[in-house]
Ligand binder design. Structure first.
Ligand SMILES: *Cc1c(COP(=O)(O)O)cnc(C)c1O
Length: 243
């Protein structure tokens, strides 16, 4: 939300777009989101499904499955009240991203990249990826993660544990769908078009799938727009101390 690609607002591409107003977003309604479309028939269909698929009748009449997915007018008011502050939120998020980027320029890490020629991000979340040769040994089970401490090297697990000690919250970058217990027994399409049956499989050419690699080496940094420069300096100091 608030980002552009080749001068065009994201959320305006294609026929359908979804914007999340979850509690951590750049504009939030605590939860929920919106569907964007220029297709009036699609808009009406979505409205109908989201309001219990009621037919035009004096009673609750249903010809298809419906859902109770409406946004209340109270929440809509809360969201609309934030729109005038969107640019301000983006400026705060951008400042946070730039400070991390500047502070980490001599560390073996990369901040989340973007195509600066064509896109203007909203800088919603500052993330970083640790260079491959600066990763200490890290293994993860379904619910736990451990690592072996090594001077000059680190991993998301070590950094997140250290941040947690200071009551600062970071997260790994999103775990890929095909690694989720609910989905992992199913075949899926990967980069080279081969179906893979397990999360431990490696794609042709001997390299790890892109998303698995990002999950292993990436982390989401504290990025709240209310974070002060002093708080951010503390985060930076903690991360530097892990190498
Ligand atoms: C916001 C977000 C979600 C969840 O969106 P909901 O509106 O809460 O369903 C999932 N993945 C990413 C990367 C997000 O930014």
């Amino acid at each position: 939300m608030g980002a552009t690609y080749k001068g065009r607002q994201t959320g305006t591409f294609g026929t359908y777009n979804a914007i999340s107003f979850n509690g951590n977003k750049i504009i939030t309604g605590s939860s929920g989101g919106m569907l964007l479309t220029d297709d009036i028939a699609a808009a009406n269909k979505a409205r109908k499904w989201s309001t219990q698929s009621r037919e035009n009748a004096p009673w609750y009449q249903h010809e298809e499955v419906g859902y109770n997915y409406r946004m209340s007018n109270v929440i809509a008011g809360v969201i609309r009240g934030q729109y005038p502050h969107l640019d301000e939120h983006i400026a705060q998020k951008k400042a946070i991203y730039e400070r991390y980027k500047e502070a980490f320029k001599n560390l073996p890490v990369q901040m989340n990249p973007f195509d600066a020629e064509n896109s203007v991000p909203n800088y919603w979340l500052s993330c970083m990826i640790i260079d491959k040769d600066a990763m200490c040994k890290q293994v993860r089970s379904d619910n736990e993660s451990c690592y072996i401490n090594e001077v000059g090297k680190t991993c998301p697990t070590e950094i997140l544990e250290k941040l947690a000690k200071y009551n600062a919250e970071g997260r790994p970058i999103w775990k890929p769908m095909h690694m989720q217990p609910f989905f992992r027994m199913n075949p899926f399409v990967t980069k080279d078009g081969n179906g893979r049956a397990t999360t431990n499989a490696y794609i042709a050419g001997g390299s790890v799938a892109v998303d698995e690699d990002i999950f292993a080496r990436g982390l989401c940094l504290p990025s709240d727009n209310k974070m002060t420069p002093e708080q951010q300096d503390k985060i930076i100091e903690i991360i530097k101390s892990c190498f």
